[in-house]
Ligand binder design. Sequence first.
Ligand code: IPE
Ligand code: IPE
Ligand code: MG
Length: 232
Amino acid sequence: MSQANHPPQHVAIIMDGNGRWANERGLPRLAGHKAGGENIRPVVKAFADHGVRYLTLYAFSTENWNRARVEVAGLLGLLGRKIDQETQAFHQENIRLVHLGRLDRLSQRMRQKVKGAVELTKNNTGLTVCLAFDYGGRDEILQAARRIASAGIPGGSIDESAFARYLYSADIPDPDLLIRTGGESRLSNFLLWQAAYSELYFTPVLWPDFGPKDVQEALSEYRHRQRRFGRI
Ligand code: IPE
Ligand code: IPE
Ligand code: MG
């Protein structure tokens, strides 16, 4: 059955291409990240307007720590300011913010910002925005396995749905559509467990240029996909 009348319930996005966007303009990479950050709000709105209920944004991977120190510091600074600026607006729009990823490697200040935004919006009933930040799919699976082991739960009693409750995404449905901007065709450690049956959509458009028209194109491509989940 094609997806004709159903918007995806959950869209996950690998927001890639900020650095190249800046390069093309002769700007420092951080200017690309800034432009990328400014693109979040209109894209969130566009997906919400199309009936999407969950939006996951890959903002910083467990591997992104390996970039130059100035870039990492710049990215974390931008992200902290973004949380400061957008949390109230998200709250007023009834958006629930969820964090996927580690908190233990962030500064105390950053950790408080993330926790504060999640706490403030936790009872909101509109769109859920999951911020994947210091997130890695392998790390997520490993942390889940560790927590299950330290709770003393016998391995034999764990099935897929029980295991999934130990992931960062515990109460979030799997993504129906996974979009990667910036032209690469890979997952880069994003949602390895959850994307088992996601429809993948790769576009060359760089993240800061990804606009409402591109949102529509991705959703219209999704409508034509046949999802079989192993059946015929
Ligand atoms: C994506 O843009 C943002 C993050 C990874 C944090 P990049 O910085 O990877 O941009 P490109 O891929 O170098 O163009
Ligand atoms: C993926 O982009 C991570 C984010 C968008 C946050 P990268 O630019 O880090 O991925 P690779 O290194 O090209 O695979
Ligand atoms: Mg990249």
